[in-house]
Design a protein around this ligand. Structure first.
Ligand SMILES: Cc1cc2nc3c(=O)[nH]c(=O)nc-3n(C[C@H](O)[C@H](O)[C@H](O)COP(=O)(O)OP(=O)(O)OC[C@H]3O[C@@H](n4cnc5c(N)ncnc54)[C@H](O)[C@@H]3O)c2cc1C
Length: 385
């Protein structure tokens, strides 16, 4: 059985990012096997995120913007995002870029195979893929499917369907992506559109919902069509690409280290921000930390201050509780957050970089009644659970 230093189970966003960071660290001479059941070349998703500086994937950022728009109750227009840029990266570019870079390392192998088992053993991490066994000092697993069903937790989904459309008339302002547009029937949920312009005639228009029930194709497509007809002066359009996705919005604890030689990463490692579904930037940040620690002392761990983790997690749970129990209209909550705070403060808050004083300022801008009830209910559920 062939043994590697590291096996990366799942060569998607987290797996390829990890391999990329390892190859650029003092561990660049280690043997790595990357297993994925797919070839990973299709543009199967688009990542949006914000940052203040140039990140490692800057050469392949597809579009970036210095301002974003929000449309909610009693407000519609641009937000000043300060020193941040809102960026968009296409999956196909990311896969091609990382794979081209990794191909330069002869001791990094790719194998297309379906993983049947990932197991910790006293000798190392053990993987079976297409009936072949493999061993490594550490297995980094992004294929583990989360089971999000504990009643004492909050388990919502962020689900969305979008189209890249090409319009007859030039109708998009290339400098103004719409990050959240709530001018759609809310049906008691959190529902919004976003519009990411590629040029004045091409954009990704996506319909997004936070709730616990997936919809039929027609239930996603009807609001998409209605929105395009009502708010975009297209003169007619053709659909060039379709995107569909489901992201967990859950505060269920995830076991990142199910064994001494196994580390779960990406969505499987609980890297998704529970209250927003954003995963891309957190994954980059967490994986860089893991590689730093691995290089420094051989341990692939993240060292999180417990109190901070607990408090930030608690705030996520309260928002999920308010949304899940429909304690206040979500369009009003998000509009208040972005209108009554500098948007850059909200970005920092979502990145979990705000101080306690800033967190308090943000909390003073949400509907206090609904959030107090939510905060108490989270405590009650945790005690009961
Ligand atoms: C359509 C879409 C759009 C998104 N947009 C954003 C966004 O704008 N911003 C953001 O922050 N987050 C976004 N996300 C959330 C998150 O960033 C992505 O889901 C991201 O791809 C998660 O990375 P990952 O490595 O955990 O999972 P993946 O990228 O899905 O990688 C997992 C890999 O494991 C492979 N695999 C799974 N099971 C097996 C098996 N049994 N055997 C072999 N291989 C297997 C899969 O083929 C896949 O390549 C989006 C998600 C989706 C689905």
């Amino acid at each position: 059985m062939k043994r590697y230093d590291f096996i990366i189970a799942g060569g998607g966003m987290a797996g390829l990012s990890l391999a990329y960071y390892l190859s650029r660290s003092s561990l660049s001479d280690r043997s790595i096997l990357i297993l994925d059941k797919e070839v990973k070349s299709r543009n199967d998703r688009t990542w949006c995120y914000w940052e203040t500086e140039e990140g490692p994937f800057e050469p392949i950022v597809f579009r970036k913007w210095n301002t974003v728009e929000l449309y909610g109750p009693e407000f519609g227009g641009p937000l000043d995002i300060g020193q941040y840029q809102y960026k968009m990266l296409r999956g196909s570019d990311f896969y091609a870029f990382t794979k081209e870079h990794l191909a330069k390392f002869s001791h990094i192998e790719f194998r297309q195979a379906t993983i049947n088992r990932v197991k910790d053993t006293p000798q190392g991490g053990f993987v079976i893929a297409d009936d072949q066994p493999y061993m490594a000092d550490y297995v980094f697993d992004s294929t583990h499917a989360l089971k999000l069903n504990e009643p004492q937790n909050h388990n919502l989904w962020q689900h969305f369907k979008g189209w890249v459309i090409q319009t007859e008339k030039p109708c998009f302002d290339q400098n103004r992506p719409r990050m959240m547009d709530f001018r759609v029937e809310q049906e008691g949920d959190c529902r919004f559109l976003y519009v990411l312009p590629f040029d004045e005639r091409t954009a990704l228009v996506e319909y997004t919902i936070f709730n616990d029930k997936l919809l039929t194709d027609e239930q996603y497509e009807k609001p998409l069509r209605t929105y395009i007809d009502r708010y975009l002066d297209t003169g007619g359009y053709t659909i060039k690409e379709t995107e569909f996705g489901i992201i967990p919005m859950s505060d269920e604890p995830v076991n990142e280290r199910p064994g001494e030689h196994i580390v779960r990463i990406g969505t499987a490692g609980g890297y998704t921000k529970a209250s927003t579904g954003y995963t891309f930037q957190r994954t980059q940040r967490y994986l860089r930390e893991i590689v730093r620690n691995l290089a420094a002392d051989g341990t692939p761990d993240r060292r999180q201050p417990r109190l901070r983790k607990f408090f930030k997690g608690y705030l996520d749970s309260v928002l999920l509780n308010v949304l899940q129990n429909r304690r206040h209209p979500a369009d009003d909550i998000f509009t208040r957050l972005y209108r009554l705070n500098p948007p850059s403060r909200i970005f920092r808050f979502l990145d979990e970089d705000t101080t306690f004083a800033e967190d308090l300022k943000i909390m003073s801008t949400v509907p206090l009644g609904a959030f107090t009830v939510g905060a108490l209910d989270v405590v009650r559920k945790r005690i009961a659970g």
